[in-house]
Every structure is written in structure tokens, then in C-alpha cells.
Write a protein that binds this ligand. Structure first.
Ligand code: MN3
Length: 224
């Protein structure tokens, strides 16, 4: 048993624990593709959801099709026990299972007519942990800018219950490190390039205008 096994097998509390690994299903967007304009344009939303997320779902299903032993697990469980998977599908499951989990959260934590100051318990927790919402945003945006290449920037709850800002490469989800994702922004170029080109910082800054704090607060409560 390698040292990662003990850590990765530790059950974590997360709002995403009900998402099945198999069959993976593409959840519909909870709003119109144009609803998040001007922060995210409709073409980006359509490509991002209908092509990118759909591809993660399809590739995850293909990988698990021939591996019935892993079809009954939740997606979070599966990603927390990657070391049990056959070598032939481990990388595919990590990338596409992570992609499916990440994007399933992403659509939900955004909404039209949203943004503003965080409300509920998460608002208090952010102020307590980071000094203020503005300081939190600055640190989060800096981390997003600093993520080299494709990846995600996150607000997570660590196993000790502390709120932290982290980044992950590719489609890795914080559950791989035993952390519970509260909120995450996609900094792959496919998330912003049509409207923002290379200006990732502008995208990160604008994104706060569409964050659905009600859902983020529910995710925070579910992580406790
Ligand atoms: Mn994406």
C-alpha cells in the first residue's frame, strides 16, 4: 500500500458526492447559453458545455464500460481511489472523470443576475479566513493568473476545516488531495479565449459578476 492510499481513501464531505461515476451523464445547463453575457459569451458556453464537457462524459463512460468493478462507485470515490484502477484506464479516468466533476460544479456555481458580495455562512467564513471579500478575490485571481497552462483555481476546505485557495493542473479536482471543493474557476483557454483572448486576468476579474453565492453557500454547508 503506497502512502497515498490512506490519504486518498479518506472519505470527504462534498456537495458532489451523489454524482455517479457510471453511466456519466451530461447535465443540462441550468440557464440559457447566452444568460451569462457579457461575462461569458454564448458561443463559449455552447462549445464549453456541448463539446468539451460532453467529451469528458463520453470518454469516462468508454473507460468504465469494460470495467464493471468501478461502475457502482460515485465519481468522487472513483477519483479518490485512482490507485485501484487498472493502468490502462487510470489516466483517462483522472482526466475525464475530473473534467466531468469540475464542469458539473462549474455550471451550477454561476448564474445570471448574480455576483456581488458573498452571502450566508460562506460570506462570514471568507471574511474570517482572508480578511475581507476583496482580499480573498485578489488572492484567488492571483492564483488563477499564476496557474501555468491549463487548470483550475479553487476555494477548498481542507481536512482540518480550513478554507484555502489552491490551483490544480489539467482537470484534477481537489478531492484528489482529500480536499473539498467549494468553488472553482476554469482557467483553461477554452473557458475564455473567444472573448478575452490572452487576457486571463480580465476574465478572472469579470467572473465574480456571475458567481451564484447561494449555491456556493450550499456547497460550503455540505462540506462541513
Ligand atoms: Mn473547461
Amino acid at each position: 500500500m503506497n502512502p497515498m492510499t490512506t490519504q486518498s481513501a479518506q472519505a470527504i464531505k462534498t456537495a458532489d458526492s451523489q454524482i455517479p461515476a457510471f453511466p456519466a451523464e451530461l447535465p443540462p445547463l441550468p440557464y440559457d447559453a447566452a444568460a451569462l453575457q457579457p461575462t461569458i459569451d454564448a458561443e463559449t458556453m455552447n462549445l464549453h458545455h456541448d463539446k468539451h464537457h460532453a467529451a469528458y462524459v463520453n470518454k469516462l463512460n468508454e473507460a468504465l464500460q469494460q470495467n464493471p468493478d468501478f461502475q457502482q462507485m460515485s465519481l468522487v470515490e472513483l477519483l479518490q481511489t485512482l490507485d485501484r484502477l487498472p493502468d490502462s484506464i487510470r489516466g483517462t479516468v483522472r482526466n475525464n472523470g475530473g473534467g466531468h466533476l469540475n464542469h458539473s460544479m462549474f455550471w451550477q456555481i454561476m448564474a445570471p443576475n448574480a455576483g456581488g458580495e458573498p452571502t450566508g455562512e460562506i460570506g462570514e467564513a471568507i471574511a474570517q479566513s482572508f480578511g475581507s471579500f476583496d482580499q480573498f478575490k485578489q488572492q484567488f485571481n492571483q492564483a488563477g493568473i499564476g496557474q501555468f497552462g491549463s487548470g483550475w483555481v479553487w476555494l477548498v476546505r481542507d481536512p482540518q476545516g480550513t478554507l484555502r485557495i489552491t490551483t490544480t493542473p489539467n482537470q484534477d479536482n481537489p478531492v484528489l488531495q482529500g480536499m473539498s471543493p467549494i468553488l472553482g474557476n476554469d482557467v483553461w483557454e477554452h473557458a475564455y479565449y473567444l472573448s478575452y483572448q490572452n487576457r486571463r486576468a480580465d476574465y478572472l476579474n469579470s467572473w465574480w459578476n456571475i458567481v451564484n453565492w447561494e449555491v456556493v453557500n450550499q456547497r460550503f454547508l455540505a462540506s462541513k
